[in-house]
Design a protein around this ligand. Structure first.
Ligand code: FES
Length: 163
């Protein structure tokens, strides 16, 4: 099941310092790129732009290529994690029961797209292909807790309870 994301919010300056520390402890080799980026994400919860630039400098790999790697692997995050992580299931069972409408409702209500975090860092939104409980479709998980048989109105009511 999903992990709770409770990364403390740190300033961009501290993020940069952390990223420098991580990069300095790694081999500055282009072959090591994914590992360096994973280490940064492990520490910060995502890979900020300033860290991408630092990695580019140290490994002598263009920022555009680093961005390409981050976009290619869906486990990388380009936005800071929210205090609560929403996962909307878009697997077949959930999809035919309206999970796309649920997703659209959340996108509109919180002004975010999958892979993003609300400005106040309250929620991160992601989609998944199956949460393994298709009989409960359409399913949403928040911080790893599953909410069953949803509709757009019900999910907004559920999300209002989170602080
Ligand atoms: S398709 Fe949604 S839980 Fe399986």
């Amino acid at each position: 099941m999903q992990q709770t994301t409770q990364q403390a919010t740190i300033s961009p300056e501290d993020e940069t310092l952390k990223a420098v520390e991580i990069i300095e402890n790694q081999e500055h080799d282009a072959k090591n790129l994914v590992k360096i980026l994973q280490e940064i994400q492990k520490e910060l919860g995502y890979v900020p732009e300033n860290a991408q630039r630092l990695v580019a400098e140290k490994t002598r790999v263009p920022v555009s290529k680093i961005y390409g790697i981050l976009s290619f692997y869906n486990f990388f995050r380009l936005y800071p994690p929210g205090r609560h992580r929403i996962n909307i299931c878009l697997g077949t069972a959930c999809y035919v029961k309206g999970s796309k409408n649920i997703l659209n409702k959340i996108e509109d209500a919180y002004n975010i797209l999958p892979g993003q975090t609300t400005k106040d860092r309250k929620f991160s939104l992601d989609t998944v292909r199956c949460l393994g409980c298709c009989a409960l479709a359409p399913v949403m998980a928040v911080d790893g807790n599953v909410y069953a048989r949803n509709n757009p109105t019900k999910v907004l009511e559920i999300l209002k309870k989170f602080t």
